[in-house]
Design a protein around this ligand. Sequence first.
Ligand SMILES: Nc1nc2c(c(=O)[nH]1)N[C@H]1C(S)=C(S)[C@@H](COP(=O)(O)OP(=O)(O)OC[C@H]3O[C@@H](n4cnc5c(=O)[nH]c(N)nc54)[C@H](O)[C@@H]3O)O[C@H]1N2
Ligand SMILES: Nc1nc2c(c(=O)[nH]1)N[C@H]1C(S)=C(S)[C@@H](COP(=O)(O)OP(=O)(O)OC[C@H]3O[C@@H](n4cnc5c(=O)[nH]c(N)nc54)[C@H](O)[C@@H]3O)O[C@H]1N2
Ligand SMILES: [Mo]
Length: 739
Amino acid sequence: MARKTLPGGGWQAIRYTLKKAWQVGPWRLWKRMRSRNACKTCALGMGGMNGGMVNEAGHFPEVCKKSLQAQVADMIGALPADYFDKHTLEDLKQLTPKQAEDAGRISYPVILEPGATKFRTISWNDALTLIAERMKETPPDQAAFYASGRSSNEAAFLLHSFARVYGSNHTMNCSYYCHQASGVGLKMALGTGTATVDLEDLSHADLVFLIGANPASNHPRLMTQLANLHARGGEVIVVNPIRESGLETFFVPSQVKSMLMGSKIATQYVQPKAGGDVAFLVGVLKQLDEQQLVKTDFLAAHTEGQEDAIHYAREVSWERITTDSGVDRATISASAEKLANAKAAIFAWAMGITHHRWGVENVLALCNLALATGHIGRKGAGVMPIRGHSNVQGIGSIGFAPSLQDGVRQALEKAYGGVVLPTTPGYDTYEMIEAADEENLQFLFNLGGNLWGSNPDLELAKRAMNNVKTTVFLSTKLNPGHFHGHGKTTLILPVFARDEEPQSTTQESMFNFVRLSEGGTPNVEGTLRAESDIICDIADRVLSSHPVDWQRLKNHNEVRKLISEIIPGWEQIGTINDTKGEFTIPGRLYHSPKFNTANGKALMHKTELPELDADTLTLMTIRSEGQFNTVVYEEYDLYRGIPHRFCVMMAEADIKRLNLKDGQRVTVSGEAGSLDNIEVVAGNIKDGVVAMFYPESNVLIKANIDPRSRTPAFKSAPVWIRPMGASAQHTKLPDESSR
Ligand SMILES: Nc1nc2c(c(=O)[nH]1)N[C@H]1C(S)=C(S)[C@@H](COP(=O)(O)OP(=O)(O)OC[C@H]3O[C@@H](n4cnc5c(=O)[nH]c(N)nc54)[C@H](O)[C@@H]3O)O[C@H]1N2
Ligand SMILES: Nc1nc2c(c(=O)[nH]1)N[C@H]1C(S)=C(S)[C@@H](COP(=O)(O)OP(=O)(O)OC[C@H]3O[C@@H](n4cnc5c(=O)[nH]c(N)nc54)[C@H](O)[C@@H]3O)O[C@H]1N2
Ligand SMILES: [Mo]
């Protein structure tokens, strides 16, 4: 019997809210939640100038347990002043992600010196001087700059432009481990790297094709749209190896009826193999073709490449399609029929699609379907990668990437007084880790994030990062990456979260909507500083104030003026602080079938089925309901009924086949390492597929990288599972005491 699961949302979310509110004071929390700042969690783009808990279409109240979790976490109080005196580096390495998160807000700068057993506090002046000295000694091509997706456009623009003036193009962001395959695939097929629809389109669609995503946990505010769609008679096709309870029934906290009765979500639930999506999607195309349901007129008018793509679907056998996808013909045919009958469909996806060696193929196969059914380039129809971090899209848009388009580079050179910027493309994220492993990296600047924990093969990532001579983290909270992924000299500098910034900042949502966050006052006492302030002070010390006056650029209005001059489509950002005019970046939404390609046509691609290994179990490393990326708020996964983080979810058939039992402790081995004492949890998951939580499971997997997006295959890693010795079954889990 699979364990008991809970439907998503609902009273437990409200109960949790009340409990959390109690921790930091309900009034204080209410004020923060209602402040005019874009939500800190996912990229759905809530809040901003409409005030918190309001979506882009102006709907209030949009309540989300996740944004509350993140908000409370930033309010829990500062790290004690003697924290680092009391804990050696070795102690700190033992912290679980949750313990590191719960320790408190970082509120003073600290340094770890070579050979030291502890971090010690350091003054801001000494810290910045040391960083500048180290940067000056470092050949620029041995310096790298990583950005997570929570920082502002202003800080990200300052950092990447500083890095380039200094001489390094090694500026990469977390999207290489996230939605890069979406950007690459969409660009190839549709001439744009982002969603072609906005939030309003969702209310005009009558079908959403939701593949490889679990918004019940990760984008709860999207669930309102899906529940509404179902309620008005629309279709929601879910494609996911796990039957996610929250994608079947969700209790929308802002709707009374839904809170009482629950809202149905999926109208068809397809459970493919992990990595079986290309086969499934090609199968749907094949079915449409066989039934002459492909919109050939639309293709003739608006696309190229359809012959190849459709010819390939005709050639692949049904047997190969059903075997590789793990989906039977009747199911494929039902999906095809729903798509053909829909008036306006939106294709939405997340990491289940991108985290494969064939992530780009997956995205291309999705684009093929959208084109073949004519569900793109109209109101209510199109494609929608469901983005991760709340500003990951903005950080990419404003140029935090290993190379700049020529026009953008030239505009930047001009704006910065004629400096000449490097043109050799910089490292992507994994290349940077490899460079560090080969001792070719001397300086690493982290604008937020947990680069270590986000990596496949944590042992290698640690070895690589420990080679770096000087590592700088700008962070709000501690995470294990600070202690395992440190450099020889390591500085951790405390920064404001966006709702504490003294100046306004901007973010871009997954719907290409640029939001203004007005900032606020610090949640904790300490010497925290704004990210932009720190970056400008370092730049000033490294490069002096000529030709770029970095002190002047501490003013976010000045930075936005630059962005408005340099980044195409961002003109309106220059005056956003005065006009409060949040805006959609022009040219990104496709409400007519005109694509941003040389001839205005979209391009279909032949998407070959990848070779799958049928003999081993396939591990998907996923997020629990209680975490945000490497940050763990709660150890259990409420919706899936998983009691703690060291579990492996398996199908009953696999449990039986391997002679195991639900609840038994096993050893899970992957290509990079193994984990003992993992509890088997029987769940409704496709056989042959198992699931474990990231980041802990990153110990297991090797970096199998998609050559086109450079994204690791976090969702298709081979693993082997065997019982632990009898005595081992009684030993405690690593963090049992903390649960
Ligand atoms: N609460 C919360 N919200 C978040 C985050 C968080 O950690 N916590 N993270 C943010 C970030 S950065 C991101 S990128 C997003 C991530 O959002 P998601 O992509 O939804 O998160 P994951 O848990 O990585 O995986 C999603 C789903 O993909 C399915 N899946 C795995 N492999 C396959 C496959 O091969 N095929 C198919 N069809 N499905 C598959 C899994 O069963 C799972 O349901 O969420 C963002 N929002
Ligand atoms: N196995 C496996 N690995 C994965 C994934 C997976 O599904 N499976 N998912 C991948 C994905 S989609 C992503 S996006 C990456 C995540 O990669 P990252 O973005 O690098 O990691 P996070 O865990 O989101 O970073 C959390 C830390 O960011 C800091 N932080 C939070 N807010 C702020 C802020 O406002 N400013 C600053 N300066 N710092 C802040 C805090 O110190 C916090 O501890 O991981 C990837 N790795
Ligand atoms: Mo992500």
